[in-house]
Unconditional design. Structure first.
Length: 33
């Protein structure tokens, strides 16, 4: 159970990091438009 919750936290963190990595370039591109 502990491993499962750790994995869930890691998964959420990875998802959040990917979302930020995807959002940052779009934000920068919108600034240069």
């Amino acid at each position: 159970q502990v491993n499962a919750s750790k994995f869930q936290i890691l998964q959420q963190t990875a998802t959040a990091m990917l979302a930020q990595a995807n959002a940052a370039p779009q934000f920068l591109l919108s600034l240069f438009r």
